[in-house]
Unconditional design. Structure first.
Ligand code: 13P
Ligand code: SF4
Length: 366
């Protein structure tokens, strides 16, 4: 029986050494029945307990390929845990240690807004829009299900171009949601001009577009963004280059088009780590993504004679990823040891079916 809980007060007073030994003890009691997945933005004192780390794509593959584990503790955010629930086997339980770990970008696309947008598009195209809806992994299960039911798919930052290519081979236009920046950066890298990718504002009739603009569009970009990645600016790229001559700039594709254009490379969290790891000693890198990933990469790279700094001097924190603390992880583990499943994420089967279709399409494309 699943329960929801706020972290009990007793967990806050636990000192670090005690916390570590209790986490280790609970993990070993659960053994192979448990797998802990950790996103690259998790804090150091949490990610060190992960059995697997990765970007959204890699973690979704892990969730789909660990049927031995009865419990998947997802140290990440809500949409990732939902996808893990949909991709895992029916007997598996997915737990998000803090239910308040959401994603403000995912919240920028609500299912009733998408249904309204689609009915306006149906009006423009006499009932059958020549459009494939593609949603970024950073969206609710309901949005993913809507896309799956209408022939669309999910993508992540590591496979957006492959999914766009797949969609373009099947239909005239793409409706991409919720991240306008990932959509614009992907479309532009495939040669789609900026003026063929108008923004769809869900708070305005027809997204704020004329019927003519929608008919002429190749990609409609939902007006959503990541508040963490939007903090990186083109001026920061200029400043870091003048302060550190020869430095290379690598950013996440949730950054604005202007920032991506000024950078040397772009990629998912996993790709950023890989590119910097593969770089030669003596190179230096300014990284445009979340603080915890950048700090760990900086520490590791310093040992190999490479300089890694944040593109934003003080670093940009994802406050919802940060919500998962060692105390939350410990509480989840000890509840499982006691036979209580707390903070389970469950996608209702009527939504899960089409969500699975959209996710499976992505996994088959890439
Ligand atoms: P990745 O799939 O690149 O890890 O990105 C997830 C995310 O939320 C970035 O903000
Ligand atoms: Fe969401 Fe941005 Fe945080 Fe990623 S970094 S989880 S997109 S708020």
């Amino acid at each position: 029986m699943s329960q929801t809980c706020i972290l009990p007060q007793s967990y806050f007073g636990t000192d670090r050494a005690q916390m570590e030994s209790r986490i280790a003890a609970a993990k070993s009691r659960l053994g192979k029945r448990l797998v802990i997945l950790g996103h690259h933005y998790q804090r150091d004192d949490v990610v060190k307990y992960a059995d697997f780390t990765g970007d959204s794509f890699k973690l979704s593959q892990q969730a789909a390929s660990r049927p031995d584990a009865d419990y998947i503790i997802f140290c990440g955010v809500h949409f990732m845990a939902e996808s893990a629930d949909v991709l895992s086997a029916p007997h598996q339980r997915v737990i998000l240690p803090d239910l308040a770990a959401g994603c403000s970008m995912a919240d920028m696309a609500e299912i009733d807004q998408l249904e309204q947008a689609w009915s306006e598009l149906e009006e423009v195209f006499d009932g059958t829009p020549p459009i494939i809806p593609i949603t970024y992994m950073n969206s609710s299960a309901a949005i993913k299900a809507f896309c799956g039911e209408r022939g669309g798919a999910v993508c992540t930052s590591s496979n957006a171009q492959a999914v766009f290519n797949w969609a373009s081979a099947r239909q005239e236009k793409i409706l991409f949601l919720p991240d306008q920046h990932l959509g614009r950066n992907t479309g532009y890298s495939m040669g789609i001009p900026l003026d063929s990718m108008p923004v769809w504002d869900p708070y305005r009739h027809m997204g704020g577009n004329t019927a003519e603009a929608v008919i002429a569009a190749k990609v409609l970009l939902w007006k959503g963004h990541c508040s963490v990645h939007q903090r990186f600016t083109p001026e920061m790229v200029d400043q870091v280059r003048s302060k550190h001559p020869g430095i290379q700039v690598i950013v996440h594709p949730e950054c604005t088009w202007e920032v991506v254009q000024k950078s040397d490379a772009t990629g998912s969290t996993e790709k950023i780590i890989q590119v910097v790891r593969d770089a030669s000693a003596g190179t230096s890198w300014a990284v445009g993504t979340e603080l915890h990933l950048v700090n760990r990469l900086a520490e590791e790279s310093a040992r190999e004679g490479k300089l890694v700094i944040s593109l934003e001097e003080r670093g940009c924190l994802c406050s919802t990823m940060f919500r998962i603390s060692p105390a939350h992880l410990l509480a989840s583990l000890e509840n499982l040891v006691e036979g209580r499943i707390v903070n389970q994420i469950t996608v209702p089967e009527e939504t899960a079916h089409w969500t699975r279709v959209a996710l499976d399409r992505m996994l088959a494309i890439c």
